[in-house]
Design a protein around this ligand. Structure first.
Ligand code: NCD
Length: 362
């Protein structure tokens, strides 16, 4: 059973295939209007969402399918103490595919290991958000025509911004990309994402706190919201939340064909005056998100029909004796979930939690 928990669960050719399907859906919507007739999508949203949940629902309806689900953990058996594993087993009896959002990092991975239907990660804590990445990739493809050879600036909360983590991971599979990371020191990109950026193949990586200094170099500016809900110290959030506010004046030195992306919701990091600028593409991103989710649902249900199974990883070494130190990891709340670490660097004795990617020395 193939699930999509991390964008790397899709190969580059599968991403290309999804981009092609989405383009075909845009051009020929009637062709797809009945393709999921009789199928049910379960939207299990344990954390607030407007566009991701409604985008999944709209996607399934436009494919002719139906939707069941919930939009808050308080109305579910999770509030009675049910595990993610049990919820996944139960929902597998009612639906054909699951889209899950959860505050704990690794929860959709646990669901995918226990469900008998495909699971799509719709955002897990500050970890991954692969379907937002699919929306971002379609927007970049439609606006810029290609992924390689671009200078991409990510600005704001790069520590907790899961959409940033998944998009960087996806772009690392192309070549000649200059990443420019613009954030306060406290909100820098986590090591587990930074380490994925290739040393060769034309990749460069720069960190700065100064948005205006790098503005003229950028082909894409990906703005993000400071993720209030992931802070343990509210004073730190209040100190950092206004670090970057994009306005028309700051865009004066930007390239004429630069595009501005933002996964939304925006708080105040892009002033409303920027919306009228032709470079502002964040509402197009929302539209593209629905097409890519349609393409993904269709692909995963077709894979089930064709009996395709998950590609098993070969040769990995696992360790079971450590405890994950990340307070947002699903292992801190899920009953009887075995701690598992994958050895990623035997020479440096480094392993990573298979659920949330937190690094540990052994
Ligand atoms: C993002 C998310 O949930 O991570 N929103 C989205 O899915 N479009 C970004 C955010 O919440 O800031």
């Amino acid at each position: 059973m193939k699930s999509v928990v991390d964008i790397l669960d899709l190969s580059v050719s599968e991403v290309d295939e999804l981009l092609d399907t989405a383009m075909d859906i845009i051009e020929n919507p009637a062709k797809y209007a009945e393709v999921c007739r009789g199928k049910k999508l379960a939207t299990l949203f344990f954390e607030p969402s407007t566009r991701t949940r409604l985008s999944f629902e709209a996607a399934m309806y436009e494919l002719g399918g139906n939707v069941i689900g919930f939009s808050s953990a308080s109305s579910t058996s999770a509030s009675k103490g049910e595990s993610v594993a049990d919820t996944a087993k139960v929902i597998s009896c009612y639906a054909d595919i699951i889209a899950m959002r959860h505050p704990k990092e690794g929860a959709p991975f646990v669901a995918s290991k226990n469900a008998s239907i495909p699971v799509i990660n719709a955002g897990d804590g500050g970890h991954h958000h692969p379907t937002q990445t699919l929306a971002d990739l379609l927007t970049i493809k439609r606006e810029k025509g290609h992924f390689s050879g671009l200078t991409v600036g990510f600005c704001g909360d790069l520590k907790f911004g899961r959409t940033v983590h998944s998009l960087i991971t996806a772009l690392c599979r192309y070549e000649n990309i200059n990443f420019v990371m613009i954030s306060p020191d406290e909100l820098k990109l986590p090591g587990y994402v930074k380490n994925e950026i290739p040393q060769g193949r034309g990749f460069t990586y720069t960190e700065t706190t100064d948005l205006e200094a790098v503005m003229p170099t950028l082909d894409i500016l990906y703005m993000t919201r400071v993720q209030q809900e992931r802070f343990t110290d509210i004073d730190e959030y209040l100190r950092l939340r206004d670090a970057y506010i994009l306005n028309p004046e700051k865009l004066a030195t930007a390239k004429k064909d630069m595009i501005i992306l933002h996964p939304l919701p925006r708080v105040n990091e892009i002033s409303v005056a920027v919306d009228a600028d032709p470079r502002a593409c964040y509402f197009k991103q929302v539209q593209n998100g629905k097409y890519m989710r349609m393409a993904l649902i269709l692909k995963l249900l077709n894979d089930v029909k064709c009996g395709k199974t998950e590609d098993k990883e070969q040769g990995d070494v696992y360790l079971y004796d450590f405890k994950c130190d990340n307070p947002r990891c699903i292992t801190t709340t899920e009953q009887e979930l075995r701690q598992v670490f994958r050895v990623v660097s035997p020479e440096n004795r480094i392993c990573r939690c298979v659920y949330c990617d937190t690094k540990k020395n052994y």
